[in-house]
Ligand binder design. Structure first.
Ligand code: URA
Length: 435
């Protein structure tokens, strides 16, 4: 296999044979390709796209680049959810324990931040002691005993995606339908799932800003996954503003802990978490209807059962057992906190969610290079939702920064990402469709 020949053929718009894709991915997983070659391949795919047959071959080759898990010893449905990536999107952190508390088993293999979007793993690493790379035996034990385990790709699971993902993150090659499809589904196929529900984001903070592209991505994901034997559906959800009221790592973890403990009612986040819980419970055959699924999810939230599952997962994976009760004891705080004042009076009518995600990277909460270390303490919290009425000078968010200069810069940039209008805006529903 001559990598540059495969790259050239893709660059020139040829359809690659499955055997070429398999050889390329084997070489990638074995560390025989340079970052330059991986980046060039990703960029060629970005420009020329892939047929459905190529996308299936890429997905299967990446899934087969490592181990495939089996869960024969667990008698609950094996289910998972994955998002195409958003800003302030911490849904997985709450959803996994909620549906686990309702009877599903959730072995969730998550990713790091990608492009301007945050990553579940980076958020989990704001918990001191939490290991995102347990060995296979511990992973299995946590799924079995706690009901869910959210971990990272180990070298053993879809390692080809791990390498490709790190290069895409810093080469502007994330927003490609075949690459997103293969990336998400290779991890999910390797994890041995029976059912999967996908969150395909649409809007200015998503990789697919327009609705048509989001639907094409949703169909690509749903068809390839169902074709590979995993019962899959996708909800298309709005990403024209951060979903939680926070964007960053420790701040989104804090938001999750408050949500699970019932200390916070966040309507957009509430809607999305409950809709996904219901869809997962219905798809897995545990609830007869969405209404029943939603009722079950609300019940485990209000009874504290979902919080207990989360606490168990965290402590089994090395984190503190009282994290939910005492978040301030464990989540590191940034040295500088600065409110961002509204530039004038009116209604928060629109924001640049992508710009807010880039703002987190600028503060040090995301990566510019695959090897960068990130600062888990930084980001934005108390982001007011669109549709809020503000007076000039009212805080629209709180910046968490490593120093004064970074806080000043981030506050000015954040304020510029919001449009304040005289009229109350008409906002799109947060759940935009089901595929
Ligand atoms: N999430 C993934 O795991 N991969 C992508 O390419 C995008 C979102």
């Amino acid at each position: 296999m001559i990598p540059q020949e495969i790259i050239r053929r893709k660059r020139d718009g040829e359809e690659l044979a499955a055997a070429d894709i398999v050889s390329f991915i084997e070489a990638l997983a074995a560390g025989r390709l340079s970052e330059g070659q991986i980046g060039a391949f990703a960029m060629a795919v970005w420009f020329k796209g892939m047929s459905r047959a190529e996308t299936v071959a890429l997905t299967l080759a990446m899934a087969d680049s490592g181990d495939r898990l089996e869960w024969a010893d667990i008698d609950r449905p094996i289910a998972d959810k994955h998002s195409t990536g958003g800003v302030g999107d911490n849904v997985s952190l709450m959803l996994a324990p909620i549906v686990a508390a309702c009877g599903l088993a959730v072995p969730m293999i998550s990713g790091r931040g990608l492009g301007h979007t945050g990553g579940t793993l980076d958020k989990l690493e704001s918990i001191p002691g939490y290991t995102i790379t347990p060995d296979a035996a511990l992973f299995r034990k946590v799924v079995k005993e706690a009901g869910c385990a959210i971990i990272g790709q180990t070298g053993a699971l879809a390692p080809a995606d791990g390498r490709l993902y790190a290069v895409r993150d810093v080469t502007a090659t994330v927003d490609s339908i075949p690459l997103i499809t293969a990336s998400i589904l290779s991890k999910k196929l390797a994890a041995g799932l029976q059912t999967l529900v996908l969150d395909v984001k649409v809007g200015n903070g998503a990789f697919m800003p327009d609705r048509d592209q989001a639907e094409i991505l949703a169909r690509s994901l749903v068809e390839v996954a169902n074709g590979a034997g995993v019962k899959t559906s996708a909800l298309i959800t709005d990403m024209n503003e951060p979903l939680a009221d926070s964007a960053g790592n420790a701040v989104e973890m804090r938001n999750c802990l408050d949500f699970l403990a019932g200390r916070k009612k966040d309507t957009r986040l509430d809607t999305v978490v409950l809709a996904f819980a219901a869809e997962m419970l219905v798809k897995s055959g545990v609830a007869a209807s969405s209404d029943e699924g939603e009722r079950m999810a609300r019940q485990v939230l209000s009874s504290g059962k979902a919080a207990e599952v989360f606490a168990r997962m965290v402590s089994m994976l090395g984190g503190p057992s009282d994290l939910i009760e005492n978040p301030d004891r464990y989540l590191a705080k940034a040295p500088v906190e600065k409110p961002v004042p509204a530039a004038r009076s009116g209604w928060l009518a629109a924001c640049d969610a992508r710009g807010i995600g880039v703002g987190v990277i600028d503060l040090g909460g995301g990566r510019r290079h695959p090897a960068d270390r990130i600062d888990h303490r930084v980001g934005f919290s108390e982001l007011l939702p669109l549709g809020s009425r503000v007076n000039a000078g009212d805080p629209i968010a709180l910046v968490h920064a490593a120093d004064e200069a970074a806080a000043e810069r981030a506050a000015a940039a954040l304020a510029a990402h919001y449009r304040i209008a005289e009229e109350k805006p008409q906002l799109a529903p947060v759940i935009a469709g089901l595929v």
